[in-house]
Every structure is written in structure tokens, then in C-alpha cells.
Design a protein around this ligand. Structure first.
Ligand SMILES: [Fe+2]
Length: 260
């Protein structure tokens, strides 16, 4: 019964189906008046699509890579998470960001953390790229990069170096640190993301460094992949939109008070 309700209406984005499931089932009058409805809460998140077609990043990231990495690897994390969440309702009611933070449990992660964080990380990664990407950021992101790294080319060099020196599988992030009011490049391993640390306010950009991100297109040449990412894939539009959101919380300059 539960499975058929879920399968009839797969969600297209992250959300818990519990409410709509119970609403649907209520509408279908599966449980006559006075009888008890099942009390088990079924948590279910849907696979979010990248904001472009799977062949849109060709030739720098192939459709085959998207099919394997997003359609296989990322989907497996999501299905693993849903299976774990079905077991109890203790993690019901969180937004996805909150779910990642809650399951991280201040550095003593719950079993659900790995899958939850990897779903979040991969979503962030797909949204950090765009067809015709690369080039340079503009406006506030460029100004802040120049302020914190000296120049865009210095930043670029440091970001690439971080990707090339990351051991094993992980992520390279451009983040805005809350207290320092500064951009930083950081590396994380496996599922860890800056979202779980309070000192980082906002992730602006991320690059995925795992075999699946580049093996089909670049074999073992991580350097070639990272170059392609910086020159043709990275979405500075996404970073600028994230920066605009971050600036609602972090004051990056002198207050600009209009003179009457
Ligand atoms: Fe991956």
C-alpha cells in the first residue's frame, strides 16, 4: 500500500512525501471513518535533476558521465537515504540542509549522514556548472576574489592546486567565512561539506574530485578535468546568486547609507 502510493506520484525534487502521502491516501478513502490509519511515517526524497540536459555539458563533461554519475551514483545515495529514513520517523520534518546538519550530529555522524550529505553535495555540484560556463565572475564575487586572493588568476591557481592535491575522493569548495568575512578555498573528503560547520556561512562553488566525475572523459588525468571545469563548466552565475544570498547575512563592506 505504502509503496504503491509512493510510486504513483514520484516527486521531482527534494521533499518529504509524508504529508502528501497521507493526504493522497485520505483522499482515496483507504481507511474508513473510525478505523486507524497506519502510524508509520514514510520519508521519501526525490532525485533532483541538474538544471540542464544531460548532454548540455558536452564535450567537457559527456552525457555518459552524467548518466553514470548523476543517474547512477547520485541516485544510489538518494535511494540509500530513503531506505534508511523509512525505518523511523525520527528525522522527519527537516529541510534537506537541516537533515545534513542533524545527521552530522556535531561530528558523530548518524548512519544516514553519508547518503544525505552526498546527495546534497552532488546537487550543489550539478548546480555549480552550466553549459558555456568558465570565464570569470563579475561584480561582487570578482571584487571579493580580488580582495581575498589578490587577483582572479591567483584564485584560479589556488583552486586548481587544491583539486590536484586532494587525496582520494572529495570536494573543493569556495566558501564565504562568516566571521572573517572572507572567501576561502577548502577541501573536504568523502561526504563532508562545509554546511556542517557553523563557521562557514555560505558555499559559493564546488568542484567534485572523484573518479566518476572525470574518468570516462579524461581517464586518470585529473589536471585536464580540472582545467576543463575552470575554463568551460564552472557556473559563475550560480556563485553570484549564492553570493547575493550570503550578503543578506554577511556584511562585506562599509554600510552604504544614502544621503538625504
Ligand atoms: Fe560523485
Amino acid at each position: 500500500m505504502i509503496a504503491s502510493c509512493v510510486l504513483l506520484s514520484p516527486p521531482s525534487s527534494h521533499r518529504l512525501l509524508t504529508q502528501s502521502f497521507s493526504h493522497q491516501c485520505k483522499q482515496q478513502k483507504r481507511w474508513p471513518q473510525g478505523s486507524q490509519r497506519p502510524s508509520q511515517v514514510v520519508a521519501y526524497y526525490g532525485l533532483k535533476k541538474p538544471p540542464y540536459k544531460l548532454d548540455a555539458l558536452e564535450p567537457y563533461m559527456s552525457q555518459r558521465t552524467l548518466e553514470v554519475h548523476w543517474g547512477g551514483h547520485h541516485r544510489n545515495y538518494l535511494e540509500g537515504l530513503n531506505k534508511q529514513l523509512e525505518k523511523s520517523d525520527i528525522l522527519y520534518g527537516y529541510t534537506f540542509d537541516e537533515l545534513v546538519k542533524a545527521t552530522y550530529n556535531n561530528g558523530n555522524p548518524f548512519p544516514e549522514f553519508n547518503d544525505a550529505a552526498q546527495v546534497w553535495n552532488h546537487d550543489f555540484f550539478w548546480e555549480s556548472m552550466q553549459p558555456g560556463g568558465g570565464d570569470m565572475p563579475q561584480l561582487g564575487v570578482l571584487e571579493q576574489i580580488e580582495k581575498d586572493f589578490g587577483s582572479f588568476s591567483n584564485f584560479r591557481e589556488k583552486f586548481i592546486e587544491a583539486a590536484l592535491t586532494l587525496f582520494g575522493s572529495g570536494w573543493v569548495w569556495l566558501v564565504l567565512k562568516r566571521e572573517e568575512r572572507q572567501l576561502k578555498i577548502i577541501k573536504t573528503s568523502n561526504a563532508i561539506c562545509p554546511l556542517v560547520w557553523d563557521t562557514y556561512h555560505n558555499q559559493l562553488d564546488s568542484g567534485r574530485c572523484c573518479h566518476l566525475a572525470y574518468y570516462l572523459d579524461y581517464k586518470n588525468d585529473r589536471g585536464k578535468y580540472v582545467d576543463a571545469f575552470m575554463n568551460h563548466l564552472v557556473s559563475w552565475n550560480a556563485a553570484m546568486a549564492r553570493m547575493a544570498r550570503a550578503e543578506a547575512f554577511v556584511n562585506l563592506g562599509e554600510p552604504n547609507i544614502p544621503v538625504a
